[in-house]
Design a protein around this ligand. Structure first.
Ligand SMILES: C[S@@+](CC[C@H](N)C(=O)[O-])C[C@H]1O[C@@H](n2cnc3c(N)ncnc32)[C@H](O)[C@@H]1O
Length: 218
C-alpha cells in the first residue's frame, strides 16, 4: 500500500490491488467532516448526550474519529459508542502511520490488531474484523443513530452496495437514524429503496456528484 497526500494535506493510502484510495484525493479530512459528520448532524445529536455510530468499512476510522471529535467539541460529556466494521487487519494497523488533523484520532492509535477496542472517557470504540456480510449479523436491531457507509466504489465492489446489506442497515438503524455515503451511484440508491430506505442527495464535496443520505422515513 502506498501512502498518498490528499489536497487538504491529510494522508491516505492507495490500495493498488483494488485500484482505489481509501479516501478522496480532494481531502481525506474534509471528506470525513463534510460528507459524514456534518450531514448526519452529529453536532445536534451530541446535545442529546448519547450517540451510537456504526462506521462501516472502517479502514483507519477517519469518519467516526471526526464524528467523535465534533460531538465532544459540542458536548464534552456526550457518550459516544462507535462500532466499526472492517475486513482487512492491515489497514487498521496503518492507523499508526497517519496523523490526520482530527482531534480524537490520537486515541484511535490504541487500536491494533491485538486490541480492537478501547474506552476513553465517555467514548467506546470497537472494531469487528470480518466480512461486513457476516459482521452485520452480530448487531442489535434499531441500535444506531448514524451509519457511515464507505466501501470502495460500486463499480469496483458492487456486492458492497446490495439490497441485502441495506436491509441489514435498515434493521440496525433507529427509526430516526440516518445513513451517509459519498456515492450517488444508481446501484446503491436503487438497493437502498428496495431495502425500504428513503434517500436524498448528500453534500457535493470535491467529487463530481453529491453523496447520498438515507433514512427510514420520508
Ligand atoms: C474506501 S475504504 C474506507 C476508508 C475508511 N472509512 C477510512 O476512513 O479509512 C473501504 C474499506 O472497505 C474495506 N472492505 C472491503 N471489503 C470489505 C468487506 N467485505 N467487509 C468489510 N470491509 C471491507 C476495505 O478494507 C477498506 O478499508
Amino acid at each position: 500500500m502506498k501512502k498518498v497526500l490528499t489536497a487538504d494535506k491529510s494522508e491516505t493510502f492507495l490500495n493498488e490491488e483494488v485500484g482505489e484510495s481509501y479516501h478522496s484525493y480532494t481531502g481525506a479530512v474534509e471528506e470525513a467532516m463534510k460528507k459524514y459528520a456534518e450531514p448526519t448532524k452529529i453536532k445536534e445529536l451530541a446535545k442529546s448526550g448519547h450517540i451510537r455510530i456504526l462506521d462501516c468499512f472502517f479502514g483507519m476510522g477517519y469518519n467516526s474519529a471526526m464524528a467523535v471529535s465534533v460531538a465532544l467539541e459540542e458536548n464534552p460529556n456526550c457518550k459516544v459508542e462507535v462500532v466499526g466494521l472492517e475486513l482487512d487487519a492491515a489497514i487498521v494497523s496503518k492507523i499508526q502511520e497517519v496523523n490526520p488533523e482530527i482531534a480524537f484520532f490520537k486515541h484511535y492509535k490504541k487500536l491494533t490488531n491485538e486490541n480492537l477496542s478501547f474506552v476513553e472517557g465517555n467514548v467506546s470504540v470497537k472494531v469487528l474484523l470480518g466480512d461486513v456480510r457476516e459482521t452485520t449479523k452480530k448487531l442489535d436491531d434499531e441500535h444506531f443513530d448514524v451509519v457511515f457507509w464507505d466501501p470502495f466504489s460500486p463499480k469496483t465492489m458492487p456486492e458492497m452496495w446490495s439490497e441485502d446489506l441495506f436491509k441489514e442497515m435498515f434493521r440496525v438503524m433507529k427509526s430516526s437514524g440516518v445513513l451517509a455515503t459519498y456515492s450517488c451511484a444508481r446501484l446503491g440508491r436503487e438497493n437502498m429503496s428496495k431495502a425500504g430506505l428513503f434517500y436524498d442527495d448528500g453534500p457535493k464535496v470535491g467529487r463530481r456528484g453529491p453523496g447520498t443520505l438515507a433514512f427510514k422515513w420520508e
